[in-house]
Design a protein. Structure first.
Length: 256
């Protein structure tokens, strides 16, 4: 942040909104998305505080690359798991791991979940994540029912409804904002579809090489009655490289 824009007066304005303890020196990427170069981190606790911070930034001419709004610190709550309407509403700073666990406890699964469990729900929507569950339920934009968003000028909007799908006449703002990487506004709350968990049956096949797996994968994809939650494949080199990087990897020998 430029020194003139990081004056005590500007910092004081931020502190008057979120509290002195919630305006800090930034140390790398924030919990909501990676913002390189930002030297100041502001951690609001409500949608109203986010809107006020955005209005201050606009009035002071401070761009998003000069400071970070971190929602993972104080806006990381699961607001509601609605088993009647098959949806979950969370603050955008909530971790994927926590939201998936809450859904599982209620007997549901998310239609799309990243393999990076520490990632926030906001990050998943910003990137329109296409991870586990995408094959069956589509990317994240197909699983979002409603977003509460603060626009660059501090205006707060909702893009849909918490308990019904947004496929109606007019613009579908859920699809518009998912994948926008935060360029159109800051996500504060996210309402996502839940799907009955049913019985999960992980199945593992072992092949001499990846080419031999192609026929089975193509047959599964072409079958009219089979729609797996997730399909993935890997060879020995993948797990060997994970070992070299000292990453956690499954014990491949148990698949034999």
């Amino acid at each position: 942040m430029d020194s003139d824009k990081r004056s005590p007066e500007v910092i004081g304005r931020f502190e008057s909104v979120v509290g002195k303890d919630n305006v800090k020196e930034a140390s790398g990427g924030c919990g909501e998305c990676c913002c390189s170069g930002a030297s100041l981190k502001v951690c609001p606790s409500s949608v109203e505080e986010v809107a006020a911070v955005m209005r201050i930034a606009k009035e002071e001419g401070i761009c998003s690359k000069e400071f970070t709004i971190d929602l993972s610190a104080n806006m990381n709550k699961i607001i509601k798991v609605d088993a009647e309407n098959f949806c979950v509403k969370v603050q955008a700073g909530a971790s994927m791991e926590a939201v998936a666990a809450a859904a599982d406890e209620a007997g549901f699964i998310l239609g799309n979940r990243t393999t990076c469990e520490g990632a926030t729900i906001g990050c998943l929507v910003y990137s329109n994540g296409a991870d586990i569950g995408t094959y069956r339920f589509g990317p994240i934009r197909d699983n979002v029912l409603n977003l509460e968003v603060v626009l660059p000028n501090g205006t707060v909007i909702e893009t849909g409804y918490d308990d019904i799908s947004a496929y109606m006449s007019g613009y579908n703002l859920n699809q518009y904002l998912a994948g926008a990487e935060g360029t159109l506004g800051l996500l504060c709350t996210v309402t996502m579809k839940l799907h009955p968990r049913g019985v999960v049956k992980p199945t593992i096949y072992n092949f001499e090489n990846l080419a031999d797996a192609d026929y089975l994968i193509q047959a599964i994809c072409a079958h009219p009655s089979i729609k797996p939650y997730h399909i993935s494949w890997a060879d020995f080199n993948h797990f060997e490289n994970q070992r070299r990087a000292r990453a956690v990897e499954p014990k491949v020998h148990v698949f034999d």
